[in-house]
Design a protein. Structure first.
Length: 613
């Protein structure tokens, strides 16, 4: 088939292999660029359908696409899903025996595989590059895919040195186009990825980071926060949840406590044996455990679409990582909750860890990242706006975070804002937030002494407040665009036109009060109900049980059979014929043949039992 496919051809492949009748926003444009042989960079949020952007072109182009993927679990998950959709795919990694490797290599050289997944370590191992050259000579490599491309950048939240060597592949195979995809990357990270891959004039596709189905909330972390977590999980005992903790000890403790309350939970952290981690992860994705309690070592390899709750039991170290981790909720587009528990004790712990670093630049980057997380946790403004602005995206208030749904009373901070801005104005050169706060508090630090800032009229005028207050106010001024903070490692503060208006008394500075609400509640429409009536909900649960039985028999995760979205569509529309069943989202030709009989029979049985149409 020609590499330049018509819209009709694309839609036929989309329905036949993936079960969908239309593309999600931005997918078709990316696919068309890949088919044209363009170097392509794709920034698309979790759940946006990045994988389809290279999987569909791989079917249409001659030869085989090579996918560089960071984790064995992620490869297996992707390959299992592709095989279930009737697409020939495989992976090569250290989990395979010598005989298995040889058998798969034979399949590849016979041209029987359309997508091959490998790790960066495997890609650059001795002898494998020679194997790649042979593939390209005999059957042709259609294009390279670099998944989780943020791992390339040292500015990314999950930098992996092996990814930095991807440019070697570009040098050996300069004629093969490259597709890099990620769900999280600031402007600096994006540019670093493109530079490292040595691609000229790539087609860049940047999509909105706004996840409209996610409810973001920050709660004050107290001694009773486990009870709150327990209540959140018990709101929907049929759905999956992930709880992130900073330490291995916390992971084990929280998991054990959940099990003591009858909630099937498993731990996941780097201190566990690899086989135990793999087993626990498999139990979670197959719905044999409701909750995974984990450190940030868990998640990148998870393609589970039906996680309804992600809890951060401890403060994350950076906002980019938090967005990625919380984004594992609601990948199927259904509503989900992202809850962060915050107190200043966690902040102090992270500051202590930062202090253990020896590289000055690493320390400054870590401090800036922590300040951004604190800003998110403290902000009385829209949380979605706060996250999106980190990625350089501007938007209106989301209307579906705790601050939007439960706005705090306004407080007039004009006088304190004038004190803060006056301090910035009196400096001959620019300084960062911490230095300004030290001057306001009258602290004679080494830097204050060096620049003789104890002689300023603003020195000590803020002694009536504590450091946390002034830092909060400074971050609030930045968020309100009444103060500018540079993007450098050593970020400094600068005045802008709005700063001048506040200083002159021409503009008041009124913001929501600082106090973090203990337990803000979302209104009824934000509860994860799925919008099903009583009978549809009953049928949905029957179909879930059937899906689980079929998945266990096939030894795959339930969502590879059908997503929750597909089951809900069946429960609502109650198809009676195969033609009607084919209209369900996610049902392609292969799944129609394989599963329609079982699901149609279950639907018919349920309808007869309750006298439904």
């Amino acid at each position: 088939m020609s590499s330049i496919a018509s819209t009709q051809q694309l839609e036929e492949k989309l329905k036949n292999h993936f079960g969908f009748t239309s593309f999600r926003a931005g997918q078709k444009e990316v696919i068309e660029d890949v088919l044209k042989g363009e170097h392509t960079f794709v920034l698309m949020p979790t759940g946006g359908g990045k994988s389809l952007c290279y999987q569909l072109p791989a079917l249409l182009k001659s030869g085989m696409a090579l996918v560089i993927s960071p984790l064995i679990a992620l490869m297996k998950d992707q390959v299992d899903a592709l095989l279930e959709n009737g697409i020939k795919a495989t992976y090569l990694n250290s989990s395979l025996s010598v005989d298995q490797l040889r058998e798969r290599e034979k399949q590849i050289l016979k041209g029987e595989i359309k997508l091959l997944y490998v790790s960066p370590e495997k890609l650059l191992s001795e002898g494998f590059l020679g194997f790649l050259k042979r593939i390209d000579e005999e059957i042709r490599i259609s294009f390279f895919v670099i998944d989780e491309a943020h791992c390339i950048s040292e500015w990314g939240h999950d930098f992996r040195p092996e990814y930095r060597q991807m440019k070697q592949i570009r040098e050996i195979f300069p004629h093969i186009n490259c597709v890099a995809l990620t769900a999280t990357a600031t402007h600096r990270v994006r540019q670093d990825i493109i530079n490292q891959l040595h691609v000229q004039k790539p087609k860049v596709h940047i999509h909105s980071f706004h996840r409209h189905n996610l409810f973001y909330e920050v709660r004050q972390k107290t001694k009773n926060c486990f009870s709150e977590v327990l209540a959140l999980i018990e709101e929907d005992t049929e759905s999956s949840s992930i709880i992130y903790c900073q330490s291995r000890k916390s992971v084990e403790s929280v998991s054990a406590k959940l099990n003591s309350y009858g909630i099937k939970s498993l731990p996941y952290h780097a201190g566990l044996d690899g086989k135990i981690r793999e087993y626990n992860q498999e139990q979670f994705i197959k719905d044999n455990a409701q909750v995974m309690v984990a450190t940030i070592a868990f998640g990148m390899g998870i393609n589970k679409p039906d996680v309804r709750l992600v809890v951060h039991y401890d403060l994350p170290k950076n906002l980019e990582g938090y967005y990625q981790e919380s984004g594992r909720a609601g990948r199927d587009g259904e509503k989900a909750k992202c809850i962060l528990f915050f107190n200043y004790g966690d902040k102090a712990k992270i500051e202590h860890l930062i202090g253990q670093k020896t590289d000055t630049q690493e320390i400054q980057i870590a401090k800036k990242q922590l300040a951004q997380v604190i800003s998110y946790a403290e902000t009385p403004l829209c949380r979605t706006q706060n996250i999106l602005s980190y990625f350089g995206e501007q938007t209106d208030k989301c209307g579906h975070c705790d601050n939007c749904l439960n706005p705090r009373p306004l407080t007039n901070q004009t006088l304190n804002a004038q004190k803060f801005l006056s301090c910035v104005a009196r400096l001959s050169i620019s300084f960062g937030l911490t230095h300004i706060v030290n001057i306001l508090l009258g602290e004679r630090t080494d830097k204050v002494k060096k620049y003789k800032h104890f002689e300023l009229s603003t020195f000590g005028i803020g002694k009536d407040k504590d450091a946390d207050f002034w830092k909060w106010l400074g971050r609030s001024l930045i968020q309100a665009n009444a103060l500018q903070e540079t993007e450098d490692i050593y970020a400094v503060l600068k005045l802008n036109p709005l700063s001048a208006q506040i200083l002159k008394g021409q503009q008041e500075f009124c913001i929501p009060e600082r106090v973090i609400l203990f337990k803000p509640k979302a209104p009824e429409e934000n509860k994860i109900s799925g919008g099903l009536d009583e009978f549809s909900e009953g049928l949905f649960q029957r179909l879930r049980k059937l899906r689980k039985q079929l998945a266990d028999k096939a030894m795959v995760p339930p969502y590879i059979i059908f997503s929750d979205l597909a089951l809900k569509a069946m429960a609502v529309s109650r198809p009676k014929t195969q033609r009607q069943f084919l209209n369900i989202p996610g049902v392609g030709e292969k799944k129609l043949k394989e599963f329609s009989e079982a699901f149609l029979s279950q639907i018919q049985s349920y309808c007869l039992e309750y006298d439904l149409d």
